[in-house]
Design a protein around this ligand. Structure first.
Ligand SMILES: C=C1C[C@]23C[C@@]1(O)CC[C@H]2[C@@]12CCC[C@@](C)(C(=O)O1)[C@H]2[C@@H]3C(=O)O
Ligand SMILES: O=C(O)CCC(=O)C(=O)O
Ligand SMILES: [Fe+2]
Length: 347
């Protein structure tokens, strides 16, 4: 029998120790501890260059998307059909979750070999300092029900309903974005079926929380990284003090939403491989806000774990990466993190 690996299963072989899963009890801290103090993270670049804006339905959308994917690896997205009400609801539920006492949140702690639940970002083990961040990862409705019940035994249904509604809307939006990206690379409708089959797509939803910090200038919300799957659709609850992207030749550029409801689409490693390196898998990080807290909601989207990705052939250009299945790439990323792409370089 042929069993398909899910994103969730793919973490089972790489258990993490508890001290790399359980976050600090941020509310009990009055000064930034040495464990969370980063040696002078450089501030954002002051460049006026804004992240390109793709407005779905506009006649310019395809052209701007093509430019944004090549030059930036990120774009703002408006004209989508995710209502402000739903975006606000999901942030409200995330806030309700992160405001619970640590002892309650740890009832839904990610297990050592699990991919879902409450805890530090998976990538924490690649850094010698801890991040000023706590997260909650959701991959399927079965684990969601279990975790939500552990958090709110009497009242878990509204959380599950909102998350499910958000996941459904995001999945449809991501199919559309996949179609636009594949079209812009000149791929065919057959490729689209493989890359965006809603039944087998690899998806994860991550609620990110950056608590109020006593010394934000020396703390790091999420350290520099690239996202693994095709792309990530990010909703941010504030228009300042958060996501920054590393733009070649410029430095760190802030990528706060241009307007309420504008989403930010961050290209990931799989699209970089597919495009033979033409589309940037953008390095990004999250800073800690100067005042108050910050919430972001990240939806990660990619094809089936069994899909084999071969870079598109471009005349006169060498193939930069070996073909790889999604599940093997996820394993490479787990092992080599930010060096995973170079491990895949065609010799
Ligand atoms: C699908 C996923 C992407 C992610 C790993 C995960 O399985 C779920 C959590 C995601 C996240 C969020 C914070 C940054 C990141 C690098 C991490 O450690 O966990 C991403 C992962 C990723 O894109 O590789
Ligand atoms: O919170 C943010 O702005 C960034 C989140 C992010 O990069 C992620 O969840 O992978
Ligand atoms: Fe990210």
């Amino acid at each position: 029998m042929n069993f398909t690996t899910s994103l969730r299963d793919s973490y089972a072989g790489a258990p993490l120790p508890l001290h790399l899963i359980t976050p600090l009890d941020f509310r009990s801290i009055e000064a930034l501890p040495a464990s969370h103090r980063w040696p002078d993270p450089p501030g954002p670049d002051q460049s006026e260059q804004p992240v390109p804006l793709v407005s779905l339905g506009s006649p310019q959308a395809a052209k701007i998307l093509n430019h944004a994917c090549r030059e930036w690896g990120v774009f703002q997205l408006t004209g989508h059909d995710i209502s402000l009400g739903l975006l606000e609801d999901v942030v409200c539920h995330a806030r309700r979750l992160f405001e619970l006492p640590l002892a309650v949140k740890t009832r839904a702690l990610r297990s050592a070999s699990g991919g879902t639940g409450y805890g530090m970002a998976r990538m924490s083990r690649f850094f010698d300092k801890f991040m000023w961040h706590e997260g909650f990862t959701i991959m399927d409705c079965c684990s969601l029900g279990q975790d939500a019940r552990a958090l709110w035994p009497q009242d878990y249904i509204p959380f599950c309903d909102t998350i499910q509604k958000y996941q459904n809307k995001m999945k449809k939006l991501c199919q559309l974005i996949t179609q636009l990206i594949l079209d812009s690379l000149g791929l065919s409708p057959t490729d689209f079926v493989e890359w965006s089959n809603p039944g087998t797509a690899s998806t994860a939803l991550q609620l990110n929380y950056y608590p109020p910090c006593p010394d934000p200038a020396h703390a790091m919300g999420l350290a520099p990284h690239t996202d693994t799957l095709s792309f990530t659709v990010l909703h941010q609850d504030r228009c300042a003090g958060g996501l920054e992207i590393l733009k070649g030749g410029t430095g760190w550029v802030p990528a706060a939403p241009l307007a309420r409801g504008a989403l930010v689409v961050i290209l990931g490693d799989l699209v970089h491989i597919l495009s033979n390196g033409a589309y940037a898998s953008v390095v990004h990080r999250a800073r800690v806000p100067e005042t108050g807290d910050r919430i972001s909601v990240a939806y990660f989207y990619g094809p089936s774990m069994d899909l084999e990705i071969t870079p598109v052939a471009v005349e006169g250009e060498e193939q930069r990466f070996r073909s790889v299945t999604v599940k093997d790439y996820v394993k490479l990323k787990e092992k080599y993190f930010n060096d995973a792409l170079s491990q895949l370089a065609a010799s």
